[in-house]
Design a protein around this ligand. Sequence first.
Ligand SMILES: *[C@@H]1O[C@H](CO)[C@@H](O)[C@H](O)[C@H]1NC(C)=O
Ligand SMILES: *[C@@H]1O[C@H](CO)[C@@H](O)[C@H](O)[C@H]1NC(C)=O
Ligand SMILES: *[C@@H]1O[C@H](CO)[C@@H](O)[C@H](O)[C@H]1NC(C)=O
Ligand SMILES: *[C@@H]1O[C@H](CO)[C@@H](O)[C@H](O)[C@H]1NC(C)=O
Ligand SMILES: *[C@@H]1O[C@H](CO)[C@@H](O)[C@H](O)[C@H]1NC(C)=O
Ligand SMILES: *[C@@H]1O[C@H](CO)[C@@H](O)[C@H](O)[C@H]1NC(C)=O
Ligand SMILES: *[C@@H]1O[C@H](CO)[C@@H](O)[C@H](O)[C@H]1NC(C)=O
Length: 450
Amino acid sequence: MSYQERGILVSMLIFFLFFRFCTSIDTITLTRPVKDGDILVSNGESFALGFFSPANSSNRYVGIWYNKVSEQTVVWVANRDTPITNSSGILSVDKTGNLVLHEKGQSFVFWTTNVSGVVANDVFSAQLLDSGNLVLFQGEVYSWQSFDHPSNTLLPGMKLGLDRKAGLNRVVTSWKSSWNPGVGDYSYKMEFVGSTQLFLYKGNMTRIWRAGSWTGRGWSGVPGMTKDYIFNTSNYINNADEVVVFFLMLNSSIFSRLVVTESGTVDRLTWHEADRKWIGFWSHPKDQCDGYNHCGPFGFCDPYKSVTFECDCLPGYEPQSLQDWYIRDGSKGCKRKVGTQMCQVGDGFVELAHVMVPDTSTARVNMSLGLKACEELCLRDCTCMGYASADISKAAWDGGCITWLGDMIDTKTFSDGGQTFYVRVEAAELGTSYALLILIFIFSKLNFSF
Ligand SMILES: *[C@@H]1O[C@H](CO)[C@@H](O)[C@H](O)[C@H]1NC(C)=O
Ligand SMILES: *[C@@H]1O[C@H](CO)[C@@H](O)[C@H](O)[C@H]1NC(C)=O
Ligand SMILES: *[C@@H]1O[C@H](CO)[C@@H](O)[C@H](O)[C@H]1NC(C)=O
Ligand SMILES: *[C@@H]1O[C@H](CO)[C@@H](O)[C@H](O)[C@H]1NC(C)=O
Ligand SMILES: *[C@@H]1O[C@H](CO)[C@@H](O)[C@H](O)[C@H]1NC(C)=O
Ligand SMILES: *[C@@H]1O[C@H](CO)[C@@H](O)[C@H](O)[C@H]1NC(C)=O
Ligand SMILES: *[C@@H]1O[C@H](CO)[C@@H](O)[C@H](O)[C@H]1NC(C)=O
């Protein structure tokens, strides 16, 4: 070996050692499992994976947390409902190509990815990506990823909603409590009846809050989502493969996460390094009007109506029960005003501004109709109670048509933002407002001086 060759060899060795020393391991393989105490760190050092115990608990869970955030913030948990009670846990990739969690020397499986379709002689591995996604590979293709199985947190790039091909609806669910990451009561999920909407549920039956339908620039119930938001608000996809929403930070050095809390709120939080704490960006439900169906069918909620009752009836409707209204219980909602003759000649619409449109479960959507055609469609159908534009993303064009064919529930108004909503009323109802307008007009022209 020449002097030169030896030089090259030595520098290669130094490079290799240096590389080994500096590069953290981000991969689990057949021969390299993760034992309790080991930590995987993603390539860009953004996320870490290992065993942890929540505060006030001695149970051991496999989780993923931010590597660069000083307050340990767990964003994903594998064995949510099956903790290990001592430090003998091992997470490994097995011969069937699955991630499995068990105790040293024991066969009981605490948690597994449980994917089938193994190709013999494939090389299996799992890698923690810098996005915080733990991905299981069969050779070159991925067979499972943690992003498809959210815990209580939605990270940038994670999709919420339906993968049509896999039949997988990704739902974010709260922890049971701050010391128990088990699947809790609250879930944030997409539903596809009528037009796609996002809901916060308690249990499987009770809707707590409706983030609403996609308006083309955000969710109808989150009016703060504007163009200069901290993340790209145009990432809603509805095609043959999927109906999903995800967020991507415009400035990737800002840590932002959405979390469904065990107290039943959906919070968006941002890490402030200077104060070393998570700061609330927004949180829902935030007022009475956020409570799902707070003012009942055909009612609407106005949180800015100071002092008096926040519930009101849509134009053309009156309280179902005046007594309930008197004690400020709006839950039974409103009914058509007594004596109204709907679907006669001369029906029309009253415009409401800055509205979160009603629950679209009872609505129909046609994206190829404009607003004028939408009005005509609604007028032609006696069961149509109201309409609105389905896409308000472009200021110059109100595109798409939503028509409501049943109860209109969970409508509310904002001080700003929202959209215009058109409520069907009978001719007489329009008559009164026209008469009023004409009177005002006449008075202004006559220039009375009292
Ligand atoms: C842990 O327990 C202490 C004492 O009961 C309590 O003050 C604290 O809030 C708990 N921490 C969490 C995260 O639950
Ligand atoms: C951990 O607990 C299991 C039972 O839950 C037991 O079988 C095992 O021996 C324990 N391991 C250690 C190292 O204590
Ligand atoms: C794996 O999936 C199969 C089929 O869905 C199911 O029957 C089995 O219980 C699962 N095993 C585990 C350990 O979750
Ligand atoms: C809620 O969902 C769980 C799990 O899917 C199921 O076992 C339970 O029966 C459901 N409860 C109701 C009231 O539907
Ligand atoms: C937002 O996302 C859309 C669609 O993915 C993309 O075309 C656009 O460039 C993004 N905008 C920014 C500012 O990242
Ligand atoms: C991104 O955020 C970091 C940290 O808040 C800030 O220092 C930086 O100036 C931001 N970059 C841009 C392009 O806004
Ligand atoms: C939408 O409206 C157009 C024009 O009236 C019509 O041709 C089309 O069938 C409608 N689509 C649906 C899904 O109703």
